[in-house]
Design a protein around this ligand. Structure first.
Ligand code: ZN
Length: 144
């Protein structure tokens, strides 16, 4: 295990994302507005549509797919760090469909909120930076 940071919880923000908002855009803006440089996000709710991605490890690019149907957000989980000098939220979701099967992936812009409740935990400690990682083609947490 590679430990990159050790923190104390500084504050916990709880709230709702308004109906009709874009889930990814709204949470990303909120994290910037609150100026959170290290932390975590979690939430549950429902969306009327969603856009999620799967990272193709060979091609090193996201396969992005939109699902135009009402779904439960069974779990949204993410972390907050700093990328290119601004707070950045990395968010994943597990979505439940009408037939009770689940799909999931990396959350992108293009997911419309029906109802959503979240918690954002801000960490107290060093600022966690993201940088390009040659081995994966992803922007990952940097040591030091
Ligand atoms: Zn991801």
């Amino acid at each position: 295990m590679k430990v990159i940071g050790e923190y104390k919880a500084k504050r916990i923000i709880q709230g709702r994302v308004p109906k009709g908002e874009d889930l990814f855009k709204w949470l990303t803006e909120k994290v910037k507005e609150l100026n959170i440089k290290a932390g975590m996000v979690s939430g549950i709710g429902a969306v009327t549509k969603a856009t999620i991605g799967y990272y193709d490890q060979i091609k090193r690019e996201y396969v992005i797919k939109s699902f135009n149907q009402p779904m439960e957000v069974l779990s949204l989980k993410g972390n907050i760090s700093v990328k290119d000098g601004v707070p950045f939220a990395h968010l994943h979701v597990v979505l439940g469909k009408e037939d009770f099967t689940a799909i999931g992936g990396h959350l992108f812009e293009g997911s419309e909120v029906f109802a959503f409740e979240f918690e954002i935990v801000e960490f107290e400690g060093k600022v966690l930076q993201r940088g390009f990682d040659e081995q994966t083609g992803l922007y990952l947490w940097q040591e030091g």
